[in-house]
Design a protein around this ligand. Structure first.
Ligand code: XIL
Length: 366
């Protein structure tokens, strides 16, 4: 089910591929290989042009990191601001990058997931109105990018980590309170109606390694299939620690095999493999960047190699995407209070790390 990406490197010899970025290698094996990206960074051509160029050299797919999230664009009923997403998606298309959409329903009330104004109106909204609101939002967003976005994360992070009594351990969210488990089905249906050719994903974290959350994921997927919801696959985020080195037969492989058994595709959607870093004050220019122990960079290279091999060993893998590519722009230090970071392939100055070389090796088929 790999999609064909233009073979820009057909005439290249293996040695010339070695000196190019990762994109040529990914194109050569028809692999969707992506990174998240932010519209403002691309528009302002930040870091002396390196940010844009690093994307173009290394990836054939991008996913807006925040610019397509409901709180970023949805400003009121019938009011959606597409300025940033339009810019990024136009730029991607003019550079022959595929686009992954993220996200239509971020099924939580917490953090940067749902617009505050909608929560504030909650008591005045009936379930029927909520269904219509969901329909109108998804129709507007998916419809605008029909044929331009290859796949969407339709529902993101609906399953809670700690136990609760809701079906599939769903989070307590606006959409669940209004519509129960039907919100999941409606979201997929509305997205499919708006762009019938688009691939539609459920996306979550910590579901790639087996255990209770994975079991809940499978229960939810089986429920969606029983309702004929048009789901193509599962996005496994893969925000992991670089101490891990998956091996055939382990829990990672077992989980992905269960996806294949269910005749679904999957993508690694947000991979970053973090290491411990020195705690510095937030104002320090190296905040989130200095490994606590330099040996961790070698471990990280091994870990990246093993995770890449994990994804590529499955025929139903529709792609591998990283949550950023330079340590200078990564959500990890901010979300771990500065205790972890340096999770990506290039350092903050856009120099390739050991992990970059190990990813290159795997993509080159070595
Ligand atoms: C993160 C972004 O990277 C941050 O910039 C933002 O502040 C919070 O969200 N899972 C997801 C992504 O699905 O949307 C999250 O992105 C990271 C975890």
């Amino acid at each position: 089910m790999f999609s064909i990406v233009a073979l820009g490197c057909a005439m290249m010899t293996p040695s010339s591929l070695d000196s190019t970025g990762l994109r040529a290698l990914a194109d050569k094996r028809h692999l969707n290989f992506g990174t998240c990206a932010f519209s403002d960074g691309v528009k302002a051509d930040i870091d002396g042009g390196k940010y844009r160029q690093g994307i173009l050299d290394n990836f054939n797919m991008i996913e807006p990191e925040n610019d397509l999230k409901p709180p970023a664009m949805w400003q009121g009923l019938g009011k959606i601001d597409f300025t940033k997403s339009d810019y990024l998606i136009d730029w991607a298309r003019s550079n022959k990058l595929k686009v992954r959409g993220h996200v239509l329903v971020y099924a939580s009330d917490w953090g940067y997931t749902i617009p505050r104004w909608l929560l504030d109106k909650e008591k005045d909204i009936t379930p029927e109105q909520a269904k219509q609101i969901l329909h109108d939002y998804i129709t507007a967003v998916v419809g605008r990018y029909k044929g331009k976005i290859a796949m969407w994360d339709v529902v993101n992070e609906a399953i809670e980590d700690g136990p609760n009594s809701r079906p599939f351990n769903l989070r307590d969210s606006f959409w669940y309170r209004k519509l129960g488990t039907d919100f999941l089905v409606y979201a997929f249906q509305f997205a499919h109606e708006a762009d019938p050719k688009c691939k539609l994903y459920y996306n979550d974290y910590s579901v790639e390694i087996g255990g209770t959350k994975t079991e809940n994921l499978f229960k939810m997927v089986d429920f969606l299939k029983s309702k004929n919801a048009p789901i193509t696959g599962i996005g496994f985020q893969f925000h992991r620690w670089a101490v891990e080195v998956p091996k055939p037969g382990d829990k990672f492989y077992e989980t992905l095999q269960q996806i294949a058994d269910r005749k679904l595709t999957f993508m690694m959607t947000e991979m970053d493999l973090s290491i411990p870093i020195k705690r510095l004050t937030r104002t320090d220019p190296d905040y989130g960047l200095v490994p606590a122990s330099p040996e961790d960079l070698e471990q990280q290279a091994k870990s990246y190699e093993a995770f890449m091999r994990l994804g590529l060993s499955f025929k139903n893998c529709e792609g591998i995407q990283l949550w950023g590519y330079t340590d200078g722009h990564s959500w990890i230090p901010g979300s771990t209070g500065g205790s972890r970071g340096a999770a990506l392939l290039l350092d903050k100055d856009y120099k390739p790390k050991l992990a970059y070389e190990s990813v290159r090796k795997v993509l080159a088929g070595r």
